[in-house]
Design a protein around this ligand. Structure first.
Ligand code: HEM
Length: 329
């Protein structure tokens, strides 16, 4: 009872905070039509509190409202609906990880700290922890009963994440047809990278739920442990890519006189792109091919490291190829 009231209280604070912040938000001044809008610049796009063109506060407010209404109803009716609560826990966790990602990005790129994102992150973390502590939500029986829904979310995450990673790589090569990335193209790539992050968040949240159905068995399985290692690489690489490469994407140029200035950035982009692609496919293959569990963790890790080295060498070779072509352009 007291836990339900705390959840209601925190979600209400969250809603009031987002309402207040939405009200005081200052609309950016509209410039002349001929001028490129500020949001078409990658750094401005990252600094704005938008996620896939939706203000993060609205996403958080929607989530908090749903939690408030659902728990209000649970309190009034006195009913126990663990399946609904598990759905709300999933929603709260997704919002919390979205805000965490945005907070890391904003702190790493922006010169002025955004307290609003941090405050929302704290509220959503408390909310997630409170819902997590509701009785029976991490019970393996409930998690097994709802496995099909978590698998559905896992596969949706796979579509967005792996699909986005492939699209991003194809786009980069398409945009490099003229040996240069423009601001507009950089913003498009930032949007796709947000799609990938959303996919990864879905995969992590649903993945934890799937693992909790039988944690001991999963944690003894070398295929699963190797999958977690590659997920770690995908996550870290994704954060570094978003922090250090995506904001400077428009500086990528293979044209004479420009390529020398940003050689380090171009190498980082090609290395991070290769690591992303090979790691996403490694996780996918490890998840799908059951017989891989006959190999030890060390064998799987060695194969992954060799694959990584080969792909990074391939990425750097491709960069060299573009440099040669760019000289002739
Ligand atoms: C890049 C991230 C990830 C990708 C691409 C991925 C991919 C997949 C795929 C394709 C499946 C098979 C679904 C099926 O059998 O129909 C799967 C299952 C599963 N995933 Fe993930 N996953 C990712 C992250 C995670 C994370 C972070 C966890 C745990 C924290 C996790 C835990 C599981 C579990 C427990 C299963 C079901 C059991 C199994 O067959 O191994 N996954 N995943």
């Amino acid at each position: 009872m007291s836990l339900t009231i705390s959840i209601l209280g925190i979600s209400l604070i969250g809603i009031l905070f987002t309402l207040y912040k939405t009200r005081v938000r200052i609309e950016p001044e509209k410039g002349p039509l001929t001028k490129e809008p500020e949001t078409h610049h990658p750094v401005a796009h990252i600094k704005s509190v938008l996620f896939l063109e939706i203000p993060l506060e609205r996403i958080a407010m929607g989530g908090f409202s749903l939690i408030l209404i659902s728990y209000g109803w649970i309190l009034i009716s006195g009913s126990t609906l663990p399946e609904l609560e598990l759905g709300l826990l999933t929603l709260a966790s997704v919002i919390m990880l979205l805000l965490l990602f945005k907070q890391i990005l904003v702190a790493g790129i922006s010169d002025n700290f955004r307290w609003r994102v941090l405050a929302l992150l704290v509220i959503s973390t408390i909310l997630t922890m409170l819902i997590w502590n509701r009785p029976g939500l991490t019970d393996p029986v409930l998690l097994e009963d709802t496995e099909i829904y978590m698998l559905t979310l896992h596969l949706l995450g796979l579509v967005l994440g792996l699909g986005g990673a492939v699209i991003l790589d194809v786009m980069i090569f398409h945009f490099l047809n003229n040996f240069k990335i423009s601001s507009r193209e950089a913003v498009i790539m930032h949007l796709i990278s947000q799609m990938i992050i959303l996919g990864l968040i879905f995969l992590i949240v649903s993945g934890v739920a799937l693992t909790l159905t039988d944690p001991d068995t999963f944690l003894e399985n070398p295929r699963f442990l190797m999958k977690m290692t590659s997920v770690g690489v995908v996550t870290l690489n994704g954060i570094l890519l978003n922090l250090f490469v995506v904001p400077k994407m428009e500086q990528i140029s293979f044209l004479e006189g420009e390529k020398e200035e940003n050689s380090g950035l171009i190498s980082a982009a090609f290395i991070a792109g290769s690591v992303s692609m090979v790691s996403w496919f490694t996780v996918f293959v490890l998840a799908m091919i059951n017989p891989l569990e006959t190999f030890s963790y060390l064998q799987l890790l060695s194969a992954y490291l060799i694959l990584l080295a080969v792909t990074i060498a391939g990425g750097l070779g491709t960069k060299k190829l573009y440099e040669v072509k760019g000289e002739r352009a």
